[in-house]
Design a protein around this ligand. Structure first.
Ligand code: PR8
Length: 459
């Protein structure tokens, strides 16, 4: 999967064969989550939901449509998005008085309402989020789940605070939430502060999480923005301070998307197919009865008995299709089911159970009485193992060089790619650097205690 073309083919193939996402919808940049993919999506976003809920965020739901005058209110913001907005201009045959945008993101919709909700400092902080679809008319090459025109799963959080310090702390909290989220999924990341010329339109600064795909290109998987008082001034989100003065709210926002699903697939998968982190696997354990003529009942009954023992704790499925076991094995390996239980007459006789783990492709036997214990340990071990492998690959993709050697940078980026780190230096840190190295400046980052400029070829 090393080069881009190979990876691209592998990725398209896996979306189809593992029945995750169908790309054949007749609109560019739009596709369909199939049942298996939808379940991966659901379990994945359940993790972020829990993390946000536990840290005092509340889920809300805003309209998809934003009137033109609202969207255009904040100058920088609209400049950043004007080429990407889809417009609704008619209701039936009647032209609308005010054009309506399909939200590319929801700052303007949400901050219009925040003005109505915020009067005094005790109304703050507000910490809300929604998981919705957003629309961006992307002009770069679209890719399934990576660069969508309908971003089907956009988790956006928006906060408002009464002091600058509190907003700063919120940025830290958001970063720590995303760290936990990606750690839970075993997705490695580098955190960097995006350069001025690449920050979110309307933000004071942007902090981003980038991972590296198997073809060596960097992928932005999350962003955290400190909006300062830019939007609150425009939208007049004003509150009375404890001393009776008036001030504008200090705001932050942060988001992730379907790219997280793309990352789970790309980062952990191998040439045989998906390898799913157990926590998001729609089926965590598949039971395959090895049916021999005359012993069907014995094997199937045992399969059901094992299913009953496990079903309250795990997502278990018995594959009793009338096809060869080899084909079943293959199907579940493509679909990345973490653990397989094989049940045959010999094992039943010996009170043994055969287990197979997808990550290492190892088969081993356990005593029937120890099944629950071994399963729990093995699933934990699978998670640890795939996370370690992912971080090892990620680290292998990072090259630290001690000065701005453009030839060397270009050479590395044209061959194995990955992220290159050069010591931070204010003088060279500007937009021209991108032209010099013919790549993207991800931003300033700390790596093993030192400050660097991170450079990469990106998606
Ligand atoms: C915000 N406002 O909007 P952001 N397809 C798939 N994923 C995408 C795409 C796309 N076309 N474009 C962006 N993303 C802020 C924060 C509310 C929430 C993903 O920020 O424009 C990227 O991973 O940076 C990006 O980091 C994230 O959505 C948030 O988008």
């Amino acid at each position: 999967m090393g080069d881009s073309l190979e990876f691209s083919e592998w990725y398209s193939d896996i979306l189809e064969k593992a029945e995750i996402y169908d790309v054949r919808y007749p609109i560019k940049g739009c596709g369909i989550y199939l049942p298996y993919g939808f379940k991966i999506r659901r379990y994945t976003f359940e993790i972020i939901r829990n993390l946000l809920d536990k840290s005092g965020h509340e889920e809300v739901l805003f309209p998809l449509l934003i009137p033109e005058n609202l969207l255009a209110k904040e100058g920088e913001h609209i400049k950043g998005f004007e080429d990407e907005v889809y417009w609704v201009t008619h209701g039936g045959k009647t032209p609308l008085d005010v054009k309506l945008a399909l939200r590319p993101t929801s700052e303007t919709a949400i901050y219009y309402m925040m003005k109505l909700w915020v009067k005094v400092h005790t109304d703050l902080p507000i910490k809300i989020y929604q998981i919705v679809n957003t629309f961006r008319y992307e002009t770069k090459h679209t890719r399934p789940l990576i660069r969508l025109r309908e971003i089907m799963t956009f988790k956006e959080a928006h906060t408002a605070h009464s002091t600058k310090e509190e907003a700063e702390n919120q940025i830290k909290e958001a970063i720590s939430i995303y760290k936990k989220f990606f750690d839970t999924l075993g997705i490695p990341y580098l955190i960097s502060k995006r350069p001025e010329w690449d920050k979110f339109p309307g933000a004071e600064y942007t902090v981003a999480f980038d991972t590296i795909f198997p073809d060596g290109r960097a992928m932005q998987i999350a962003t955290v923005h400190n909006l300062g008082q830019n939007f609150s001034r425009t939208f007049e989100i004003i509150f009375e301070t404890p001393t009776g003065d008036k001030d504008y709210a200090y705001q932050t926002c942060y988001g992730i998307s379907d790219r997280v699903i793309a990352s789970i697939i790309a980062i952990h998968g191998d040439e045989k197919g998906l390898i799913l982190p157990p926590i998001v696997a729609p089926i965590q354990i598949v039971i395959v009865p090895l049916i021999f003529k005359g012993q069907e009942d014995l094997v199937l009954n045992k399969a059901k008995e094992i299913y009953e023992r496990l079903k309250d704790k795990y997502r278990v499925y018995i594959d009793d299709r009338d096809i060869r076991p080899g084909r079943k094995f293959n199907d579940w390996e493509i679909k990345g089911v973490p653990l397989r239980i094989e049940i045959g007459p010999k094992d039943i006789e010996n009170k043994k159970i055969t287990l197979f783990r997808r990550d290492t492709m190892e088969k081993f036997q356990v005593d029937e009485s120890q099944l629950e214990d071994v399963i729990e340990k093995t699933l934990n071990n699978i998670m640890e193992n795939i996370k370690n492998i992912a971080w090892k690959k990620f680290e292998d993709f990072i090259t630290v060089i001690d000065n701005l050697d453009t030839d060397k940078i270009k050479e590395i980026l044209s061959q194995r790619k990955g992220i290159i780190l050069i010591p931070f230096n204010e003088e060279i840190y500007n937009e021209k650097l991108e032209e010099k190295v013919e790549a993207t400046i991800l931003g300033e980052t700390e790596y093993k205690g030192n400050k660097y400029i991170a450079i990469a070829k990106t998606y």
